[in-house]
Design a protein. Structure first.
Length: 439
């Protein structure tokens, strides 16, 4: 029992030290960043403005175009330094957008003028101008607030020192202005200075945080926003490529399945019917038997065609919705499966992707897992939907090119989703797909 107070009270100082350390770090970073930015912004503004003015003024003589190119390249250099400064001092990583490249076969003049048609280069120029104005405001603010915060102790201390060093008739303070004298004036001076310094001290962290956030967001908007746009474009292009690949693989597999299954059955049915036609007059009993066998063969072929059609456009998904479609898949699965759906009103293409994930996963489980049961769950997670298929089989599944899981990964990627396969040996297989609902 005697150790309980120590156990309860010992963690308390750590969070306080952590808060003070974070506040001190933010104040130091903001003050250091504004100082370094001022050193960087003054020559950047002077050079870029001078080159821009000269380039625009002489553009009619064509000599101004190379000068404008030089201006945007100089701005790019200062912008690169600004990104590194924001990343290292403010701790906000800013990725570098890819530059615009000249087209293949472009001439020397076209290649030289390409930076002028790159939007990011003009954003660099804009950042140089905005940063100059911004740092002229934020640096004096940070310095003033820091000096004011130091004045919480420094002001009263300086007043006491001056009172001892200077003659009494040469010491005037706020107390004297208020009509006080002697010790009353001294106490008033110390109280007012400490109070004013305390206001600066208590507001220094919010001001430093505001300065840090302001510079970081301006830098992100002007220096790295196009990187995000480029990444979105790359993602869209990758998803389109994945969609084309998945579609072509699905078509090849469907063609192979039709050739190996229904097509062979139809060819055999045609040959059997021709044989029954020849035997109709000579051996009617045998002809009827062949027709009966052919009818059974066509019934199996029709079932196989229906099974293949589910992977293209399952009618039950359109007519009765995702719950009914997944319930039908579970009902026809060779491995006993349970389905739990906790997602409603999903986009049609997302429901089709979910259906495909579950269908392929159940097919793989039936072929390779040796599982005794499968659990299927679909859950809505804000702007995404998660599909999870878990079996209790032997595990060991891998995503390999040309196999079912690779095609499944491509289909999920075409929806801008992510597919994860966890299949440790002897512990079953878990296939999980996360698909954006707005993709």
């Amino acid at each position: 029992m005697t150790t309980m107070p120590a156990l309860i009270s010992s963690p308390v100082p750590a969070p306080r030290r952590g808060v003070l350390a974070r506040a001190a770090s933010t104040i130091g970073r903001s003050l250091g960043y504004t100082l370094l930015s001022l050193v960087l912004a003054i020559p950047a503004f002077a050079l870029v403005i001078s080159l821009l003015s000269l380039g625009v003024g002489t553009a009619i003589l064509w000599i101004g175009l190379p000068i404008l190119v030089l201006a945007v390249l100089v701005a790019r250099g200062f912008a690169a330094a600004g990104r590194r400064l924001i990343t290292s001092v403010l701790g906000r990583p800013l990725p570098v957008p890819a530059p615009k490249l000249p087209p293949e076969g472009a001439g020397r003049v076209r290649r030289m003028l390409t930076p002028l048609s790159d939007p990011q280069r003009w954003l660099d120029v804009l950042w140089v101008l905005v940063q100059f104005v911004l740092v002229l405001v934020t640096f004096p603010v940070m310095v003033a607030w820091t000096i004011g915060a130091i004045g919480t102790l420094g002001g009263p201390l300086a007043t006491l020192v001056l009172r001892r060093v200077l003659p009494e008739d040469q010491v005037d303070g706020l107390g004297s202005l208020l009509g006080l004298s002697g010790q009353s004036a001294l106490v008033a001076d110390l109280a007012l200075q400490a109070g004013a310094g305390l206001v600066f001290l208590l507001t220094l962290y919010p001001v430093a945080l505001l300065v840090r956030t302001l510079h970081a967001e301006v830098g992100r908007a002007l220096l790295s926003s196009r990187f995000e746009e480029q990444q979105q474009l790359v993602q869209v292009q990758a998803s389109r490529a994945a969609a084309r690949t998945a579609e072509s693989e699905s078509l090849r597999r469907l063609e192979r399945d039709l050739h190996d299954g229904p097509q062979q059955g139809l060819v055999r049915a045609g040959m059997d019917l021709a044989r029954a036609e020849r035997l109709a007059a000579e051996d009617p009993e045998r002809a009827r038997e062949i027709v009966r066998e052919t009818r059974e063969l066509l019934g199996g072929t029709l079932d196989e065609v229906r099974r293949l059609s589910r992977g293209i456009a399952p009618p039950v998904l359109v007519d009765r919705g995702l719950r009914a479609a997944l319930a039908e898949l579970a009902g026809t699965s060779p491995v006993p499966a349970t389905v739990r759906v906790e997602a409603d009103q999903l986009p049609a293409h997302v429901e089709t992707g979910i259906y495909y994930v579950v269908s392929e996963s159940l097919a793989n489980a039936a072929k390779h897992s040796r599982a005794g049961s499968v659990e299927v769950s679909v859950a809505r997670l804000q702007d995404t939907v998660r599909v999870r298929v878990q079996d209790d089989g032997i595990g060991g599944a891998r995503v390999q090119a040309g196999h079912g899981l690779a095609g499944l990964a491509g289909r999920v990627a075409s929806l801008e989703g992510i597919l994860e396969v966890s299949s440790p040996a002897g512990q079953g297989t878990r296939i999980e797909a996360v698909i954006p609902c707005g993709s």
